[in-house]
Write a protein that binds this ligand. Structure first.
Ligand code: SF4
Ligand code: SF4
Length: 323
């Protein structure tokens, strides 16, 4: 796989600083039952990196000490981590809002048969990847059988109240198939609601539209096809300074499976740890009493993926694009 980081490092990006910390986004491991083409984590069934119980305890201590409002759990398929359910239960007991970035097909994996019920019982918000409402497009990006499995997963979540009961939000995530800016979020959400609703009887709350990051598998494919520079130019040309205030790194701290912290999940995947004071690489255990608000954010060329057009964050577009 080609590494895009040396190229991204040479691209200047405006300086930004952290705001008030609101969300701890924890990557509990890179193992996944899928191996999607666009995956910025390079996750798959053979990855062995996994957060252990001691680091889970540090995460819980941090949530408790710093009174963090939201725990956003990601992976890989985060549910495959053996400590996932304890982390969810304890975080909920602390009163945190908990989000699970779920790939939907995990709900049918051996050993996960009761996962949907568990998530509903703990009132976990589900953020589910669904890169298209058309079978061909989903399978090209995520693998054979993934569309049908995802539809079954959505139906199962709906049957438990997800997407219908206000206490059980179900949000979907779209990303483009190739090196293009995502379409306007509101109109695409309408299309999703119409097709998934009319053809499959599926209800959901919101569609989050994300741009593809020029890193890992997607970035490597861009380099192989000679499309890397054009994609970067596309993102840079569409950059809006107004999006700088809303980028997710301003209010989110990303934690890797070993407990090291980053300004966002993309920086984590690029191996760009958050610089803090004299530390070139900070660990969550070192930050239990430190305030990271105001700290400079480590930026590089990939950050244009967050500020192009309508903007892109873990909660979708930053504002509605002009038609
Ligand atoms: S389901 Fe998500 S984590 Fe797993 S390979 Fe696909 S994009 Fe990566
Ligand atoms: S990639 Fe996006 S979220 Fe991450 S540091 Fe850059 S602007 Fe912030």
């Amino acid at each position: 796989m080609h590494d895009t980081r040396p190229l991204l490092d040479k691209i200047p990006f405006p300086a930004i600083r952290r705001g008030k910390l609101e969300t701890l986004q924890v990557n509990v491991g890179y193992r996944c039952n899928q191996s999607c083409f666009h995956c910025h984590v390079n996750a798959g069934p053979n990855r062995i990196e996994e957060m252990n119980g001691d680091i889970v305890d540090v995460v819980l201590s941090f949530l408790r000490r710093r009174k963090i409002a939201t725990l956003d759990i990601t992976g890989g398929a985060p549910e495959l981590n053996p400590h996932f359910r304890r982390l969810v239960r304890e975080a909920r007991k602390l009163g945190a809002r908990v989000m699970d970035r779920c790939n939907l097909t995990i709900l049918e994996q051996k050993g996960q048969e009761d996962l949907a019920e568990f998530l509903a019982s703990e009132r976990v918000e589900v953020v589910a990847s669904m890169p298209c409402y058309l079978e061909d497009n989903v399978e090209r990006q995520r693998g054979k059988g993934v569309f049908a499995g995802s539809i079954r997963g959505l139906k199962r979540l709906n049957a438990l109240g997800y997407g219908r009961d206000p206490a059980l939000p179900l949000n979907l995530v779209y990303n483009p198939q190739g090196p293009a800016l995502p379409p306007a979020q509101a109109s695409l959400e309408d299309d999703y609601r119409r097709v998934l609703g009319e053809e499959h009887g599926i209800a959901f709350n919101k569609l989050f539209v994300l741009a593809n990051m020029p890193i890992h598998r997607f970035g490597s494919a861009l380099l192989s096809k000679g499309e890397f520079n054009d994609y970067i130019e596309l993102l840079r040309d569409a950059h809006l300074d107004a999006n700088l205030d809303g980028v997710m790194c301003r209010h989110l701290l990303s934690v890797d499976w070993r407990g090291y912290v980053y300004d966002c999940d993309f920086n984590q995947m690029l191996g760009l740890p958050m610089n803090f004071g004299t530390r070139a690489r900070a660990h969550l255990a070192d930050l239990l009493d430190d305030v990271v608000d105001g700290n400079p954010i480590r930026v590089s060329g990939h950050c244009y993926g967050c500020t192009a057009g309508q903007g892109s964050s873990c909660g979708g577009a930053l504002h509605e694009a002009a038609e």
